[in-house]
Each structure stands twice: as C-alpha cells, then as structure tokens.
Design a binder for this molecule. Structure first.
Ligand SMILES: [Zn+2]
Length: 151
C-alpha cells in the first residue's frame, strides 16, 4: 500500500504488516514519526514564537533542514524546545538554522539518547545476572542447611 507521507524516503510503498495507521492513512513507522515531529515543530513555533508566521516560509525552512540538511526532525523539535526554555529569542524561521546547529542542544540530545540505550542495556544485564546467580544460591543452600544440621 501507499505510504501517506509526502516526503517518504522508502519509495512510497509500505508493506501492510509494517505500516502504522494514523487516522485513515498508512505510514512507515519512521515516516509517521517524522511527520508528527515536523508538525510539532510548526505548532511549537506558533505557540512560543509567532502565532502568525509566514506559513510557507516556516514550513519550507523546516523541510529544508530535515530533507536537505539531514537533521533528524525529532532532534529539531527537541532543540527548538530546549533553546526556547533556555532564553533564546527567535524572530523568524531563519532562527531555526541556529537552533539546528546549537551544540548544547545536540549534546543534551545525545546524552538522552545514550541514557535511553543505557537503560535498555541495564535491564538486559540485570536479567542475565539473576539467571546466573540463582543456580549458585541454590547449590549453596543445601550445603548451608547441611552444615547447620551437622551433617
Ligand atoms: Zn514512508
């Protein structure tokens, strides 16, 4: 079936088993994430910077950053929110280029991504550790009881 994201990077066709539904339309999971992130960037811009921007200019700028310059849309959304929370004043969509290049936002983003990965790894290791430790406890116990009972 057809992926409904106009900027689909996968040739526009999606297998039904891989597709995610949004409203009445189907998408690749990452296409939908990208679409939502871009819409959220535009929404955030309206809410926090200018509720009457030149829409075409704003959308074109975001599209250019994502599809021409290769910035992850979810990172851009994060960076925009981060910069605004840290006192940045943007006066036009051009400011988004500075947001995209902001090193502090990028560092913070990478740190969070790493923590997410770390959390997943930790859970796996814990599971393995429990599995390894339990047999040892079990083999020790009878010995412990045996020595208490004086056998
Ligand atoms: Zn797609």
């Amino acid at each position: 079936m057809k992926c409904a994201w106009v900027h689909c990077q996968h040739g526009g066709e999606v297998d039904k088993k891989d597709a995610v539904k949004n409203g009445t339309r189907y998408y690749h999971p990452d296409c939908l994430r990208e679409k939502i992130a871009i819409n959220d960037i535009i929404k955030l811009y309206h809410e926090r910077i200018d509720d009457h921007p030149i829409e075409n200019f704003l959308r074109r700028t975001v599209n250019e950053l994502v599809f021409k310059n290769g910035y992850d849309a979810e990172f851009l959304l994060f960076a925009l929110r981060y910069c605004l929370d840290h006192g940045w004043n943007l006066h036009s969509p051009n400011g988004l280029y500075y947001v995209a290049k902001d090193k502090i936002s990028k560092k913070e983003w990478d740190k969070r991504k790493e923590e997410e990965n770390h959390t997943v790894t930790q859970v796996t290791i814990e599971g393995e550790t429990n599995y390894d430790v339990n047999p040892i406890i079990n083999t020790n116990k009878p010995t412990g009881f045996a020595s208490i009972l004086g056998r």
